[in-house]
Design a protein around this ligand. Structure first.
Ligand SMILES: Cc1cc2nc3c(=O)[nH]c(=O)nc-3n(C[C@H](O)[C@H](O)[C@H](O)COP(=O)(O)O)c2cc1C
Length: 189
């Protein structure tokens, strides 16, 4: 299976990237192929709501989102990773989510497997995780699960706990990788 991980933190090498890499590494160790996309430094405009994509199946905005859409069409699974910014996803994550309207309108992500990775310093991770699950379901994707990590500064998440009792954040990210592989195997039977 091929899984694309999108890091929606503007901070390169930050906590989100660390956990998304951990999940992708686990998928690779299980025989999958992976690709990491970081939004940092990319040019991604906001959706302007023109609905051209609904009528024509293409987005009229020519930026880095075209390449990301192509990669998502070719993959079997997606990991969306975002830090919590004021109890929500980052603006970069929201821009990507909205721009995927072009794939939503044609149900092009339907049947793919999805997982979420959320990092917070303290508050809001659970609600952002729920928000991402709802987003995946809107696309008719299969939700394998999600993992949470806590930390503020770059790398904090390596020593931090996950959302579950007695679970490290890195361990949760690995569990998410395994859950994605397992769900994809079940769906492929
Ligand atoms: C603008 C901004 C808003 C934030 N809002 C929250 C918040 O609402 N709750 C929280 O627990 N942490 C919040 N944080 C902390 C980040 O979620 C935390 O530093 C995280 O580790 C950043 O991930 P990164 O290293 O991948 O960029 C905020 C950070 C920034 C820069």
């Amino acid at each position: 299976m091929k899984v694309v991980g999108i890091v929606c933190s503007p901070r390169r090498g930050g906590n989100t990237e660390i956990l998304v890499r951990e999940a992708l590494d686990t998928i690779q160790e299980s025989g999958g192929t992976t690709e990491l996309i970081t939004i940092s430094g990319r040019n991604i405009a906001f959706c302007d709501g023109c609905r051209t994509c609904v009528e024509k199946g293409i987005c009229h905005i020519n930026d880095d989102m075209q390449e990301i859409c192509q990669k998502l069409l070719e993959c079997d699974g997606l990991i969306l990773g975002t830090p919590v910014y004021f109890a929500n996803v980052t603006a970069q994550a929201k821009a990507i989510m909205d721009r995927l309207y072009v794939l939503f309108s044609q149900r092009r992500l339907r049947g793919k497997v999805a997982g979420a990775i959320v990092i917070a310093r303290r508050v809001g991770a659970g609600q952002v995780l729920s928000l991402l699950y709802s987003y995946f379901l809107a696309h008719r994707m299969y939700v394998a699960g999600g993992s949470i990590g806590y930390g503020r500064d770059r790398g904090d998440v390596k020593d931090g706990v996950g959302g579950g009792a007695d679970t490290t954040a890195l361990g949760e990210a690995r569990n998410l990788g395994r859950a994605i592989i397992s769900l994809h195997e079940q769906l492929s039977k």
